[in-house]
Design a protein around this ligand. Sequence first.
Ligand code: AVJ
Length: 325
Amino acid sequence: MLLEQTQTVDAVTAQFAADVRAGLGRTGQKELASKYLYDVVGSSLFETISIMPEYGLTRADERVLRRHADDLARLIPAPLLVSELGSGSGKKTRWILEALCRREPVTYYPIEISATALAFCERELSQVERVTILGIEREYLDGLAEVTKRRQPGARLLVLFLGSTIGNFDSGADRRFLQCVRQTMLPGDCLLLGADLVKPLARLLAAYDDPAGVTAAFNLNMLARMNRELDADFNLRQFEHEARFNPRTSSVEMHLRSKKSQTVTIPRAEFMVHFREGETIWTESSHKYSLSELQRLAADSGFECQEQWTDQEWQFSENLFVATV
Ligand code: AVJ
């Protein structure tokens, strides 16, 4: 069931056009926000990335959640309201909801900007017994505000932010975002944060540049999306995918590199943009954390890091943050 919807398709496109104009109109490094990678095409390409052998992140996330779902249920007393930032496929949430619903019925509020992803998640999770799913089609913080309005006195809120989406925030922005999340919460409320960890360089780069080219297609879809939604004339063959590690920020960056000097028109953004040969559009950063950095992140945003569960096969962490007074 869809509970809340905000923007019309037109408003979303207008925002996209404005962000494209701003991001590609910059004098320095051109950039586009990574959230625009996830239209219907991009979301299904990401689902494919998550089953590629080189991309161990999603499987590690699932393994840790599956292994520690009962521990989590033991650590967080009922009654409970569960909300998730970005529902994704809903697959890994299943283990958590099953563990929680064994003791009492749970209402689950997935918050997602993609209606397609919401529908997918609802289909996947409606099989869990004793769960009520109320989807919220909004940006994360707006969605959370909506959830807290529905909270009964005495009920505790568990917010799930899985899959290392936190890593996509610019450095410093992760902390500011969690501070905003914390402001919607009460002391004792919990945040389960999935975060990918630093690991050997070769492994990292392979994960973001798989030889079958799925990640490249995922990245190039950003250009295809501008062609579809903004009538742009990007020639996808004149750009290439690039994954690089930035040691200064401990992030894997995705870029789209212009193979030649070229000009592209984007009519619905009323904009024309020139690319020098070799110039790139920065489309995503994926920060790789250390465990101590995550503990600091908790403290800096009004939480105490109560547990850190990790995977041995692929360095990944699930962090239980409890809101402090
Ligand atoms: C979905 C944000 C976790 O940063 O690893 C996968 C997205 N980008 N391959 C990540 C992504 C390139 C992914 N997250």
